[in-house]
Design a protein around this ligand. Sequence first.
Ligand SMILES: C[S@@+](CC[C@H](N)C(=O)[O-])C[C@H]1O[C@@H](n2cnc3c(N)ncnc32)[C@H](O)[C@@H]1O
Length: 346
Amino acid sequence: MKLTSVPENLLERLALWLGIAPTPISDTHVAFMMARTIMVGAKLGIFEALAQQSASAAHVAQRCGSDTEATKKLLNSLVHLGYLSQEANKDYSLTKLSRKWMLKSSKHSIYDKMMLQFVEWKLVEHYEDYVRHGQPAEMHQVLSDDEWNTYQKGMRAVARVSAWEVAKRTPVPKGASQLLDIGGSHGYYSASLCKKHAQLNATILDLPEAIKYASPLLAEEQMGNRVQYQAGNVLTTDLGQSQYDVIFISSLLHHFDAETNIELASRIYEALKPGGHFIIQDYVRDERVRKGDHLALLDLYFAATSRSGTWSVKEMAGWQKQAGFKASKTIWLRSIPRHAQVVGKK
Ligand SMILES: C[S@@+](CC[C@H](N)C(=O)[O-])C[C@H]1O[C@@H](n2cnc3c(N)ncnc32)[C@H](O)[C@@H]1O
């Protein structure tokens, strides 16, 4: 998926085609205005203020404790972006888009991801330093206590988008009883998999800083003893021998370099029972960069804010092969673009 300049009339179409339109301005100025407007709308509670009924700018401002004139400008911007509509009497109301994604109470809510983006906003300021010196921001080492909390909630919001499909399509071997979810955080994937497979129990291995804030999120799933935490760093924790039927690792290997991932794949091989599955779930980049491929943007984002970057299927399957896994299979998820599972069987 790609954000792009869409001409609204023939003249603009012509200007774009002839290369007269200053596309870099819409790619940058418009992009950051859009992002900040939507994020601030969520943070100030604009969408919640309109959840029950439409309201005037003055009423919304009163509910949000904000300035009326300034709120009106924000509301108008959100109308422009399709997040609100304005009725004939000038009251503002939610659109289908904001009701589905922005309300905290919606089962599709990505409100928490919007809050995480305030943290990510600060992290991307590091791009210039990263490109100059090659030193990433190492987000897992610099987050404040509050930011760890926001991080875990934001990750769960993203996981909710695909967890139904992950539960349905993840290849869990017949009779499997033990799942290890490395960097499993909020446990939403583990809980979804255990709900789908009645005999399955999960252990989530994550950093103590994450577990502190992730455990109340997991508690909401009411999984009791079936999903438990183990605090530790996967790079130093003993994963054991022939212990698990499935080892699942979602959105973590893009934080580690290739050498680390090869070594980890070998330890995972040892930790799996014969016939066990090693499932890498992540954003997947192509071997060659293509115009319009946002995975190149994500590659830079992960590299600058954490370490490493996105990987191709060939690279991930290569680590599995080197560790001794039989030929890997790729399952492309439909709920999140360019997201796949690379599955190696022991
Ligand atoms: C991007 S989040 C992904 C969370 C979850 N797996 C998902 O897909 O929604 C990465 C998770 O890995 C954890 N993590 C990072 N480095 C780790 C390490 N060395 N050992 C264990 N967990 C780690 C983070 O704390 C975080 O919870």
